[in-house]
Structures are given as structure tokens and as C-alpha cells.
Design a protein around this ligand. Structure first.
Ligand code: PNS
Length: 165
């Protein structure tokens, strides 16, 4: 059984993340979406909220599991009994950080590989932080997020649907 882990912060999950999850689900028998829990930066959503948003946004896929992890990613991947780490590559600016992370992980765990999927062109410049800012400033986030996640962002910023600038 080919298993992969798709790790990230997912604060919140975007349509770009969902695109990578859907495509990975066709390549692997099982994909575990791993939410990093021990981050220094304060997230907008709690881990429980991020799990909930990811579960609802991936409910149409039957080989996706949502979990959170602390500590090293390679340890989590081994605990999951997975062989591959999936990362989405948007623009060239992602490359340096991603290649550094992939090499570091591979030195620590030579049995694990990182597989990069290019994000679909529509989402090439999409990031959770940009969407949080658009949401905070009252812009339309429905074009960037799965419907449930968009509702949750509006709830956080106390903005009613349709009340856009
Ligand atoms: O969505 P992000 O913020 O780009 O995801 C980054 C993530 C969670 C994949 C990365 O920060 C990570 O793997 N953190 C776990 C700690 C770790 O293993 N660090 C060493 C690898 S560089």
C-alpha cells in the first residue's frame, strides 16, 4: 500500500491545498494530511478547527486521513508508515525553501522521498496568509477557499457573507 503524507500549516486550507490533496489521492492508496501543531507563530485557527475544516473539505475523497503532528516531519511520516512526503510548488520563489527542506528531510531519513506537485495555474499565487489578509480586510474569499473554510474565516473576522468591500 503506497502511503504519502501531505504536511503543512493549513491556516486555513485553501483551494490550492485541496487541488494538491485531490491529485495526490489519485496517485497514492492513502494520503495523510498532517497539520503542524507546534509552531512558534500564532495561527488564526486552532488545530481542532483546522482538522475540522480539512475533514469537511475532503469528505468527497475516501482515501484521505487528517491528523496533526508535533516535532519532526520525518518522524511523523515514519509513524504513519508512509514512504513519501508531498509538497506543492507554486512559483520559483518556493523552490529554495522547499529544496532545503526536502534535502534536510532526506539526509535525516534516506528512505523517505519528497514528491513535488506543481499547483494548478489558478492557485499559483495563493497562500493562506494572503487569504487571511483578504478576509480580515473584508474582501471576497469564496474564490480562494472551500465553502466551509470561507465561512469559518468570515466567522473569525465577524463578516457576513456578501458583505464585501
Ligand atoms: O504549510 P507550511 O507552513 O509551508 O508547512 C511547513 C511544514 C509544516 C511542512 C514544515 O515546517 C515542517 O515540516 N515542520 C516540521 C518540523 C521539521 O520537521 N523541520 C525539519 C524539516 S526542514
Amino acid at each position: 500500500m503506497k502511503k504519502a503524507v501531505y504536511p503543512g500549516t493549513f491556516d486555513p486550507v485553501t483551494l490550492g491545498h485541496l487541488d494538491i490533496i485531490e491529485r495526490s489521492s489519485k496517485i497514492f492508496d492513502q494520503v495523510i494530511v498532517g497539520i503542524l501543531a507546534n509552531q512558534s507563530k500564532t495561527p488564526l485557527f486552532t488545530v481542532a478547527e483546522r482538522i475540522d475544516m480539512l475533514q469537511r473539505s475532503t469528505s468527497h475523497l475516501d482515501n484521505i486521513e487528517i491528523a496533526s503532528f508535533e516535532g519532526l516531519l520525518v518522524d511523523f511520516v515514519k509513524q504513519c508508515d508512509a514512504q513519501v512526503i508531498i509538497r506543492g510548488l507554486r512559483a520559483i520563489t518556493d523552490f529554495e525553501y522547499e529544496i532545503q527542506m526536502a534535502h534536510t528531510n532526506r539526509i535525516m531519513a534516506p528512505d523517505l522521498d519528497t514528491l513535488f506537485l506543481t499547483t494548478s495555474l489558478n492557485y499559483a499565487y495563493l497562500s493562506s496568509s494572503t487569504v487571511r489578509e483578504v478576509g480580515m480586510l473584508g474582501g471576497n474569499i469564496d474564490i480562494f477557499l472551500p465553502p466551509y473554510a470561507a465561512d469559518k474565516v468570515r466567522e473569525k473576522y465577524k463578516i457576513a457573507k456578501g458583505e464585501y468591500l
